[in-house]
Design a protein around this ligand. Structure first.
Ligand code: SAM
Ligand code: FES
Length: 359
């Protein structure tokens, strides 16, 4: 009896997975069922279907993005984040234009054709300074994609960066449920403004990435469902998710980190629902489990983001505890990642890796 119940459940999970893989929508309860997971058998099924969809769209290719964490100053005070303004223990740093250009030079020689400039919301980098940095990279590397991840700005600022040569923008919505958002952020941060930014970025012409943390404090399966529905509305080109990881100098220091299992399941569900999406196997995933990024690739991810920031600053960009890859030079990082990607059955490619849209 117990056996037939289990096989019934597996069958119905399989039906949900198959219909998603055929590009059909699932009901709210079906998605919640997948999110909650039942047993190891259905996870394995989920991952293998997600992998098949990913191989159909992108083959074995894994795109690399050179991440330049250029400032850890931030005017925001997100309750989960290690570089929040309120963390007085954080030692702050900034890279200037020449330092950023020299990271790009090193990255270009190593085969990177996408540079991701990421930082806290740091008012030191006015629009004029940002545009000088962006156009500097654009002039020297016309064949590269420039991705920005510098938070919430006005539409006008986004337009200026785009004109200066930026073409992609990463801005996780963090959680699409406004009530949940308010529990993770101080009162002066507005979830609707963050969503407004994402739609503005899309209209301007950026390839847009959004996403969320898995297992953030107070998160429920219904919140994750809300994230999936929001992403269906936004239809971003890139979807970045990773486990929430505790940082000891934040108000959330006593909350536990998100789990590997749930993050992998969410990656697979995303791959099935958004076959075209560029989905990274994130550093956070590699931090909570030694093979986290390889498992992320096998569950449907197709991007990795090695660090190009100068090694002396790496530890200072500490969003969460025990962050990996803070000691290696860029060349070591890329060769380590290439080995990890091929051990998982995929191959690193050095093209720009633009999204393959399937309208
Ligand atoms: N300031 C930019 C922004 O707001 O998009 C980019 C930098 S922000 C640190 C990049 C991402 O780090 C956030 O979108 C968030 O999802 C993630 N992050 C921050 N704290 C984290 C934590 N404790 N665990 C996991 N991810 C975290
Ligand atoms: Fe600004 Fe985290 S609070 S980057």
């Amino acid at each position: 009896m117990a056996h037939s119940l289990v096989s019934d459940v597996t069958k119905s999970v399989e039906n949900i997975i198959l219909s998603l893989a055929e590009n059909k929508d699932a009901s709210d309860s079906e998605l919640i069922y997948l999110i909650e997971g039942s047993d190891g058998t259905s996870d394995a099924l989920l991952f293998s279907h997600a992998d098949a969809v990913r191989r159909k769209m992108y083959g074995k290719d894994v795109y690399i993005r050179g991440l330049i964490e250029f400032t850890n100053h931030c005017k925001n005070d997100c309750l989960y984040c290690g570089i929040r303004r309120g963390n007085k223990n954080a030692r702050r740093y900034r890279l200037d234009r020449d330092e950023i250009l020299s990271c790009c030079k090193e990255g270009y020689a190593l085969g990177f054709r996408t540079f991701v400039l990421q930082g806290g919301e740091d008012p030191y980098y006015t629009d004029d300074i940002m545009c000088r940095i962006i156009s500097g990279i654009r002039d020297l590397y016309p064949d590269c994609a420039i991705t920005l991840s510098v938070g919430e700005k006005s539409r006008k600022s986004y337009e200026r960066y785009y004109k200066a040569g930026a073409n992609r923008y990463l801005l996780r919505h963090e959680t699409a449920d406004n009530e949940h958002y308010r529990r993770l952020h101080p009162a002066d941060m507005d979830p609707d403004n963050r969503k407004r930014c994402l739609f503005d970025l899309k209209e301007i012409g950026y390839q847009v990435g959004s996403g969320f943390m898995v297992g953030s404090p107070y998160q429920t399966p219904a919140n994750l469902l809300c994230d999936l529905r929001f992403l269906q509305e936004l239809r971003p080109d890139m979807i970045g998710i990773g486990p929430y990881i505790t940082h000891p100098c934040t108000p959330f220091k006593d909350f536990s980190s998100g789990s590997l299992e749930l993050t992998l399941r969410m990656i697979a569900v995303l791959r099935l629902m958004f076959p075209y999406a560029l989905i990274p196997a994130t550093t956070a995933l590699g931090t909570i489990h030694p093979s986290g990024r390889e498992l992320g690739l096998k569950a449907g991810a197709n991007v990795v983001m090695p660090n190009l920031s100068p090694v002396r600053f790496r530890k200072l960009y500490e969003l969460y505890e025990n962050k990996i890859c803070t000691g290696e030079e860029a060349a070591q990082c890329i060769s380590c990642l290439k080995a990890r990607v091929s051990s998982a059955g995929y191959r690193v490619v050095t093209s720009r890796g633009d999204v393959k849209r399937q309208e």
